[in-house]
Design a protein around this ligand. Sequence first.
Ligand code: 3H9
Length: 734
Amino acid sequence: MSASKETEGAVAVITIRNPPVNALSQQAVESILKVLKEVQFDPAVKAIVICGENGKFSAGADIRTFENIGQKSDSLSHFLEDVNSMAEKSEKPVIAAIEGVALGGGLELALGCHYRVAHVKARLGLTEVLLGIFPGAGGTQRLPRLIGLLPALEMITTGKIVFAPVALKLGLIDSVTEDNTIKAAIHFAQNVIGKPLESRRLCTKPIQCPPNMETIFNDSKIKLKKLFHGAISHQLCVEAIRAAVQLPFAEGILKERELLFSIFNSEQARDQAKARQYAFFAERRVTKWTTPSGANWKSASPHPIGVAAVIGLGTMGRGIVVCLAKAQIQVIAVEQDGKQLEMGRKAVTKILERETLTMQQRGLALMSDSFGSITFTLDFNSLKNADLVIEAVYENMALKKEIFKQLSSICMPEAFLCTNTSGLNIDEIASVTGRPHLVIGTHFFSPAHIMKLLEVVRGYHSSPTTISTVINLSKVLGKIGVVVGNCPSFVGNRMMGPYLHQAIFLLEDGCYPEEVDKVLEEFGLAMGPFRMSDLVGLDVGWRSRMESGLTGPKLLPGALVRQREGKRYSPLPDILCEKGRFGQKTGRGWYQYETVGGRNAVPDPWVQNFLHDYRKAHTIKQKPTSQNEILEWCLYPLINEGFNVLEEEIASGPEDIDVIYNNGYGWPRHMGGPMFYASMVGLPKVLTKLEVFYENNPDIPSLKPSGLLKKLVKQGSPPLKEWRSQLGYQNSKL
Ligand code: 3H9
């Protein structure tokens, strides 16, 4: 952890060294400061280049030292701003040579330099807000001075990362190179030796402000509130940028520091920052997967995938084809019906055109102007060329088994066979093949080319190589793969079950869909349970309930309307479906929509009357329910199911569950994920509530507190990072 200096002619090159990403720990910053001072006084040095070791400029402040967020990060921001200010005031030109990443404090350091030269593939951004803080080393004051108020506002408040070509257009950097960046920066430095530096010092630069600044700030705060419900750091970013335009630079820096300090001083803001940083590390943690049988990320090497095939070009299949092609993998897209194939081809082409446009806007066209080639075909035999096949037909076990039987005889013996299912039994599908060790579940989330999550479902026989290959593929696709066990609905959807049931029971007991949704959306979820169900389509669950005999023709005669096998059951969603109310797709569901396929959910008086009549018919007394009760009644059973999932070794740690919820179910990152949230609320509180709920509702089995939750409370509620040690995995042969 150091900074070193070498000289090339009159140019001193300072290299930041702190593997793996040259994070700016206090020690690293002190070291840069020391070397920077030295070269200032060295008469032989006429210009200075700052770069990072191993092709990465710097990923910003060392987040690993943020565990006790507060004093440490505060003093680090002081130190870093000292370095930035020293570089800025230097009488010798200072040039940042940016390779790989310049993020957070890394970019702030580059902003302190007089010039910035970047490699074409470099990524730059002030990403602090995504960690629950905001740029604390002058970033909020310098960036608007460099690129203007509006682009700076967008970058700082959203943590947006831009690629070098876009950064050049924004004026964030001075030069882009496709060659050796350090050499290009040294060359650049030699050309600017002796040139006046005053105009290069951002601290002296005025900000060009549009006349309607207050409106811009206020609108930005409203927009951020909608996008990141309840997240404090985004709002504080706006205040810091407001200071940049209203105050002289030095006072702006003090204001930035004061605002940063206000995060450390507020319990809520501090908790949000902890949650975001936990979410960051949880995403890295899940790549280090383990299985109960003792396999793990170290015990297997992934196979590279050059050619992948997708079977079925419905909504999911099309999205999967797009993400494979975007990752420059050659794709064979197979359908059994000519018309479907043509529709699929058109849809995929349209999505790829849109993606090309977005990539161009993000400055990516320079680097990847081609997608992997796609062959659309009706010929199943073409699958013999694929290294990996993803079956994405609709959820029907018989059909999937039929396809896997064929795959087993057509595909290369070493080809991996994946099924895209949201809950079917992987082992049953694998059983019809002659290679169950190469079969695995890949649960993509819709739209598959956008959603980051991939549940990687290990079957009983899935080999470590198969798991490793699919996890590696998920990274290649830009997704986060989480290894989960094989049980009905896997992890995410399984935990959704009790949550959705609880929400529906609330309707029976007196609430309306919009009331319940409002509480959960104010908590921060992207969508409440009813808006979400309308989006997904109420018919999806209805069909599966009919299939399993909970409703419809297979329901046993004599079944009680509100009970199934002694358990509480609500027929409300079934009745809605019987009336043709499937949600957005029919323009009516729990809400009404302006048109069929409309997205704007409006409370429906029909639903209100319907619920009123239903309660009357079943003599249900309407109970007043507070916002807090709605929240606990819906979220605690979801969390409880999370503990069951852990206890049954379906997920290998709480981080896995939280990553799934943050990336696939719209859980607010500033709440960390359901398991992190439980740890913040306090496990005894969650347990006590569940005990009360269960005592009052013994006919709802999902309210029965999980054994693991009880065990953890009995042990004094250890911190989340210790929960893993209570799981069966510890006994596995790692
Ligand atoms: C800040 O700068 C505040 C300032 O304003 C000053 C005020 C105080 N620190 O993601 P990867 C680790 S806040 C420590 O797997 P990739 C990471 O945990 C900071 N460690 O690789 C992992 O460790 P392990 C603002 C860090 O290539 C390893 O590096 N900065 C940091 O997919 C490899 O990471 C950010 O928000 C860090 N800053 O992606 C940038 N960053 O191997 C956050 C990474 O033990 N970082 N590690 O699991 C990133 O976005 C990505 O990690 C990056 C690399 C794009 C850099």
